[in-house]
Design a protein around this ligand. Structure first.
Ligand SMILES: Nc1cc(-c2ccc3ccn(Cc4ccc(CN5CCCCC5)cc4)c3c2)n[nH]1
Length: 240
């Protein structure tokens, strides 16, 4: 997979070259290009924004600069264009799974109050364009959202995670939040590891883990429980 990011703050994307993702890039599992939008300005002030038509607070990013940048970065290769925005469709694990199958992702990081809508509209005429939100809160720009989404997608690529089974068994993959996890020591600051986890009784351990996952999901994300298909819960599960 090739990933390109266009931004006025290239330094914000430096963490993508650290640790797990950095190793995936070095291993050639993913290619990453980060591009400074201002490279496609032609005025001495390198202006990328202007006042909004119709009035309103803040500034809007100019379509011309974005058009020149995206034309240059995209070239002729097919790609999916992703534009983070507070007004986007929710980015979920399902989105990450779908994008993990893409040959190429190009992320357009807005700042100010966002990017002139015609940029999305123009590219949507020739390629898939997703306007996505990573949550119901307002960031200052798209860069942090891109860090989140790139990490969620790249970890799903074959060879990236040391223990691939965890990608399939991710929380949300069975529709529930994952329960608590423990490691040594067996007692820490007066708190003990639940005995069942040291019992060697794998059926009891599986039951205990599912009960904790159901309990946590009911407490923290009842919406996920409501969204579960009927067959997903057995009779014992329904106690929650
Ligand atoms: N999930 C998520 C993604 C983003 C995101 C992504 C990309 C950009 C580019 C710029 N900003 C900042 C910004 C955008 C829009 C407004 C206007 N809007 C008015 C009504 C109420 C909500 C805000 C204010 C600030 C961005 C913010 N935030 N949260």
């Amino acid at each position: 997979m090739r990933i390109d990011v266009v931004t006025i703050f290239p330094g914000y994307l430096a963490p993508l070259r650290e640790a797990l993702l950095g190793r995936a890039i070095e291993a050639g599992l993913v290619e990453l290009g980060v591009h400074d939008l201002r490279d496609w300005t032609h005025d001495v002030h390198q202006a990328v924004d202007d006042s909004p038509y119709g009035g309103g607070p803040g500034m809007v990013m100019r379509p011309q600069v974005w058009g020149e940048a995206l034309d240059a970065v995209l070239g002729d290769a097919p790609a999916r264009l992703v534009v983070p925005t507070p007004a986007g469709r929710p980015f979920t694990q399902a989105t990450a799974q779908a994008w993990a199958g893409e040959e190429r992702l190009v992320f357009a990081c807005g700042r100010y109050e966002g990017i002139d809508q015609r940029v999305v509209d123009a590219y949507a005429q020739r390629m898939p364009v997703d306007e996505v939100s990573i949550g119901d809160y307002v960031l200052v720009g798209g860069e942090v959202a891109v860090l989140v989404m790139v990490e969620a997608v790249v970890r799903l690529l074959p060879g990236v995670l040391g223990n691939p089974v965890s990608a399939q068994e991710d929380s949300f993959s069975d529709g529930l939040l994952e329960g608590p996890a423990y490691t040594r020591p067996v007692s820490w600051r007066g708190l003990d590891v639940p005995d069942v986890l040291r019992s060697g009784n794998h059926a009891a351990i599986a039951r205990w883990r599912r009960d904790r996952a159901l309990e946590r999901t009911a407490a923290r994300r009842p919406d996920l429980l409501d969204a579960l298909p009927d067959h997903a819960l057995d009779r014992t599960d329904r106690a929650f």
